[in-house]
Design a binder for this molecule. Structure first.
Ligand code: NAD
Ligand code: ADE
Length: 421
């Protein structure tokens, strides 16, 4: 059966819009385009099945097409119920990729779609947040028979992988793409920084300047969100549980305080910790009327929705992707995109030029794990430095500028302990 008969998507007739989106994205992804050219020649995945779980928007679709250009039979599913774009799915099906994804499925449908993507016993996977890996260690265990290994996209997925590895349960090698320099320095920081406000701004149509924006978590993503909030004229408060990150935020010019204090003064909240319940009942008790709550962390557990619901007397949708919760005392809070990653559930994700580097790393890592899976074994390993650096070099070349080279004398000086002058 072909991709059209196999796929489960919302509506194939949406394909033309999807093709336009993918064309626009791919024309801004020069690094991935170079990898596509190499893959078209070398066919590193000839005869292999690759299953992908990623936020299914245009840049991701282009990655799927690049892997397909490398000879793979590609199956793709969504990584979040609200980040799938139906027109993009339709375009991929027309291009011969099997898609199991639609926008806003129920939790049970979402899981069933993820499971469908594993039924063909893939040789390789790309995961975002660890859902495919979890299925391959539990309910879809039998579909890991051919699995050589895979690559993981995000911080939360790597935390889950390392926990599996620590328990001695990990069944195949996984490459920690998130931990490559060309990933977290650009994607987590600049990508999240920009796309979070793209999501918030297009959803709320409100001003950021002058507002007090509370950024919860000052990791790679939090730094980007705080930097962009400041750039738009917000008064930025950072909350942290890590003393070093808290000092860093302070030195970067932000106010730092516990969440219970920040909750009293914040107009807008962005959680980006990868942790659960970072905004919860005790914080709703003291929040100001009109507070806007959003999350950019991988799962929708950062803003505690159960407590928010329990403490409110009514809930209604006041605008697409905005739920109003009214408290007993009349205060109203606004939760964006159901507390799911606001940049993807209420936006298009990171800019194309950023995902260009991330997805170049994904494509190269997939090739690497396919070549090295026997030597790597059942471990989580980093992207080799040479691949990381290759992505940076391709990026520089695409930007049209060069950098200096070490002279032989400089290299010797940097290698030496004896030369001090
Ligand atoms: P990170 O580990 O660099 O940073 C997380 C920070 O949160 C740490 O500094 C940690 O100390 C802090 N933290 C943990 N619990 C906290 C709490 N209770 N209160 C305040 N701070 C707390 O991780 P990261 O790379 O910044 O990723 C954060 C989350 O965002 C992860 O879930 C990741 O998967 C996700 N992510 C989302 C996108 C996106 O497009 N929305 C992109 C990349 C990563
Ligand atoms: N677009 C596709 N995948 C993404 C991700 N993991 N983060 C941000 N934007 C994306």
């Amino acid at each position: 059966m072909g991709s059209k008969e196999n796929s489960i998507i919302a509506d194939l007739s949406l394909a033309p819009e999807g093709h336009l989106k993918i064309d626009w994205a791919s024309s801004h992804m020069p690094v991935l385009n170079r990898i596509r050219e190499q893959f078209e020649q070398d066919k590193p995945f000839e005869g292999l099945k690759v299953s992908i779980s990623l936020h299914l928007e245009a840049k991701t679709a282009y990655l799927a097409k690049v892997v397909q250009a490398g000879g793979a039979e590609v199956t793709i599913t969504g990584s979040n119920p609200l980040s799938t774009q139906d027109d993009v799915c339709a375009a991929l099906v027309e291009d011969g990729i099997t898609v199991y994804a639609k926008y806003n499925p129920t939790a049970a449908e979402f899981k069933a779609l993820n499971m469908k993507a594993l039924e063909n016993n893939p040789d390789l996977i790309i995961d975002d947040g660890g859902d495919l890996v979890t299925l391959l260690h539990t309910e879809s265990k039998e579909h890991a028979v051919n699995l050589r290994g895979g690559a993981e996209e995000t911080t939360t997925g790597i935390i889950r992988l390392r926990a599996l590895e620590k328990q001695g349960e990990l069944q195949f090698p996984m490459i920690a793409v998130n931990d490559a320099f060309c990933k977290y320095l650009f994607d987590n920081r600049y990508g999240t920084g920009q796309s979070v406000f793209d999501g918030i701004n297009r959803t709320t149509n409100l001003v950021v300047a002058g507002k007090t924006v509370v950024v919860v978590g000052y990791g790679w993503c939090g730094k980007g969100v705080a930097m962009r909030a400041k750039g738009m004229g917000a008064n930025v408060i950072v909350t942290e549980i890590d003393a070093i990150k808290a000092v860093e935020a302070y030195m970067d010019g932000f106010a730092v305080m516990p969440m219970l204090e920040a909750a009293k003064v914040g107009d807008m909240f962005v959680t980006v910790t990868g942790n659960r319940d970072v905004i919860r009942g005790e914080h709703y008790e003291v929040m100001k009327d009109g507070a806007i709550l959003s999350n950019a962390g991988h799962f929708d557990v950062e803003v505690n929705k159960v407590e928010l619901e329990a403490m409110s007397v009514s809930k209604r949708t006041v605008r697409r992707n905005i739920e109003e919760y009214k408290m007993k005392d009349g205060r109203k809070f606004y939760l964006l995109a159901e507390g799911r990653l606001v940049n993807l559930a209420a936006g298009d994700g990171h800019p194309a030029e950023i995902m260009d580097m991330t997805f170049a790393l994904q494509a190269m890592s997939l090739k690497y794990v396919n070549e090295q899976y026997n030597t790597i074994g059942k471990q989580v390993v980093n992207v080799p430095y040479e691949l990381d650096e290759q992505v940076a070099r391709y990026k520089l070349e695409s930007l049209g500028f060069g950098i200096d080279k070490l002279s032989a004398e400089q290299a010797a000086y940097l290698d030496s302990w004896a030369e001090g002058e």
